[in-house]
Write a protein that binds this ligand. Structure first.
Ligand SMILES: [Zn+2]
Ligand SMILES: [Zn+2]
Length: 348
């Protein structure tokens, strides 16, 4: 098999040839047909996340080099271990990558994505920037019949992140959620909010073009936090604030806007990883009865729920650009430069 692997952090990926694994026990070998290139791959490739200011979070631990990135994996089953019963050679599947240890209270609760001993595909375990990928168990494979090839892969990260955040919200039929940050994942959030809640969502972004796109995609109303009276207008439009706001940026400014927009008893869920720090007078928590939480991708059962919405055609597809596997390094560079529209999907 061939992979485009990290051999040195921050350096271009290199072509690595290795023996194609033979699945043992419960394992399944996929021939990778498509693998999405995610912005977090850029950070792993760099070896660190920017935490704002001069702070960097080192993310080089937990994997050996050479390492194959890629956690949005779609492929064809080409070999199965002796314990595999639910999939057969020739089946087309997407792989849930947020795999845990499988034997801790968190995993037992069905929240493998939050396990402290992760075995995430393309993060700790070899991923999909390759001709083949080994999946540890059939339960991580999902059918995507009816979803465009290459598009299905992208739901395993950005789609699931958006869906997982929306699932945490408590929204009545007469209220609207606010989506802060209308980039790729935020726009996906808008799609899921439309599909999951009775009222169309509100949107906020500092980019006028993104606001217009959100309006076109079905946002009920949009706000630009750069306008001095944006928050005042939102509070008036919503009769005192929204029940929930999801911050897809995760910066000091975006969180400030999200916090200001929720009504008493409301909730703010942070998804974005832009960085920065936040402080608020403690008495305001009880006085406004507000809660703040974070959301990280989603669980396997949420992934099944999400795929049902996607298969039912309730989520408009994002633009996908297919590139050959050897364009992996260039694709990371393009993401770094911010010149990618939609999602790049490698086609080994
Ligand atoms: Zn991702
Ligand atoms: Zn675990």
């Amino acid at each position: 098999m061939k992979s485009q692997a990290i051999t040195e952090y921050g350096q271009p990926l290199t072509l690595v040839e290795s023996e194609t694994p033979k699945p043992q026990g419960s394992e399944i070998l996929l021939k990778v047909t498509h693998c999405g290139v995610c912005h977090s791959d850029v950070h792993i490739h760099d070896g660190h996340f920017d935490m704002g200011g001069d702070n960097k979070l080192d993310v080089r631990a937990g994997r050996k080099l050479p390492f194959t990135l890629g956690h949005e994996i779609e492929g064809e089953v080409v070999a199965i271990g002796p314990d595999v019963t639910d999939v057969k050679v020739g089946d087309l599947r997407v792989a849930y990558p947020w795999i845990g240890c499988g034997d801790c209270p968190t995993c037992n609760r069905g929240e493998e994505q939050l396990c402290n001993k992760p075995r995430n595909l393309g993060i700790q375990v070899a991923g999909g920037y390759a001709t083949h990928a080994l999946i540890p168990h059939q339960r991580y494979l999902l059918d995507y019949t009816g979803v465009k090839k290459g598009l299905a892969a992208t739901y395993m990260c950005s789609g699931l992140t958006a869906y997982g955040a929306m699932k945490k919200l408590d929204v009545s039929d007469e209220e609207r959620v606010l989506i802060v940050g209308l980039g790729g994942v935020g726009m996906m959030g808008l799609q899921f909010a439309k599909a999951m809640f009775k009222q169309a969502p509100l949107g906020a972004d500092v980019d006028a073009q993104k606001l217009q796109a959100a309006k076109g995609a079905g946002a009920h109303e949009v706000y630009n936090p750069k306008d001095a009276d944006a928050l005042k207008k939102l509070l008036a439009d919503t009769n005192g604030g929204v029940p929930a706001a999801v911050d897809f940026v995760g910066s000091e400014a975006s969180l400030k806007f999200a916090m200001g927009s929720v009504r008493k008893g409301g909730q703010v869920v942070i998804v974005g990883l832009f960085g920065g720090a936040f402080s608020m007078p403690i008495p305001l928590f009880p006085m406004r009865a507000i809660s703040i939480g974070g959301s990280y991708v989603g669980s396997l059962s949420e992934t099944h729920e999400m795929m049902e919405l996607v298969k039912a055609g309730k989520i408009d597809p994002i633009p996908v650009e297919e590139r050959p596997l050897d364009a992996a390094s260039k694709s990371l560079d393009d993401l770094r430069k911010g010149t990618v529209m939609g999602r790049v999907v490698l086609k080994p």
